[in-house]
Design a protein around this ligand. Structure first.
Ligand SMILES: C[S@@+](CC[C@H](N)C(=O)[O-])C[C@H]1O[C@@H](n2cnc3c(N)ncnc32)[C@H](O)[C@@H]1O
Length: 240
């Protein structure tokens, strides 16, 4: 019999690989693991990758299997999706995986300066409606938050089916003169077949739940990798 939501929520509370901070922690004091993910959660000094909007955690788990010497943290607000990823990581006995259930809006209270090496964003909702701009996970407001804990030479890595969201992200990259490390508007036609043995092709071949859905509908998949190193946001600037 499949598990209900309440049962899943109870399970993630008991899971050692799940962290569910209180609103007080995420909004005010900062979570207890801020600056201590390596020393207190993973108990090693390995580099940390954070996957935002991780859903069922396909990237978090897939990358953790690929790189046992790195640590991976999936972040999402939906408990039943976190349960899916966390259960998979437990079944696979992966000790380099964590899941953080919180709103990404408060992410700067979850990690300390320079604590994170990479941020993946996988198939975020494009939030096309103009008055939802503030919700788009690559707008300037969110980038300013990520900059507070991403290492100076750390990478942003976005995989998306949405031309709208990909172009919105690129507009900000160009406006802010950010360094683009890799950019492809159709990875399954223009990059993976030509470079099947590259590490990037292996990473990009991991497919998420939403990705499979979009691929079935014939959408092309875009991927862009960039740095926030030179990001400067003025006080009076429009952030989204
Ligand atoms: C379209 S789904 C993509 C899930 C997964 N990455 C995939 O590709 O299958 C977007 C996910 O982002 C999460 N999400 C969106 N905005 C969020 C926010 N502000 N804070 C936390 N999670 C958020 C949703 O809960 C949802 O699981």
């Amino acid at each position: 019999m499949s598990k209900g939501k309440l049962e899943k929520f109870a399970m993630i509370k008991a899971y050692k690989n799940c962290v569910e901070p209180t609103m007080e922690e995420v909004m005010k004091t900062g979570i207890h693991l801020k600056g201590k993910w390596n020393s207190e959660f993973f108990k090693n000094k390995n580099p940390i990758t954070v996957e935002l909007a991780c859903g069922g955690g396909e990237y978090t788990v897939g990358m953790a299997e690929m790189y046992p010497d790195r640590n991976f943290i999936g972040v999402d607000i939906k408990g039943n999706r976190i349960w899916k990823g966390a259960t998979k990581a437990i079944d696979k006995k992966l000790d380099n995986v964590g899941f953080l259930r919180t709103r990404i809006d408060f992410i700067a209270n979850c990690f300390a300066q320079n604590e994170v090496d990479e941020i993946w964003i996988t198939f975020p909702d494009p939030q096309k409606n103009k008055n939802r701009r503030r919700k788009r996970l690559t707008n300037k407001l969110f980038l300013a938050r990520y900059q507070q804990f991403l290492k100076t030479d750390g990478k942003m890595r976005l995989k998306s089916d949405s031309t709208f969201f990909y172009e919105f992200t690129k507009e900000i990259i160009l406006e802010k003169n950010l360094e683009i490390l890799f950019d492809c508007d159709d990875i399954y036609t223009k990059y993976i077949p030509q470079n099947p043995d590259s590490q990037l092709a292996k990473e990009l071949s991991i497919k998420t739940f939403y990705e499979n859905m979009w691929l079935e509908k014939g959408k092309t998949i875009k991927y862009i990798e960039y740095r926030l190193t030179n990001l400067k946001i003025k006080k009076d600037e429009r952030l989204f």
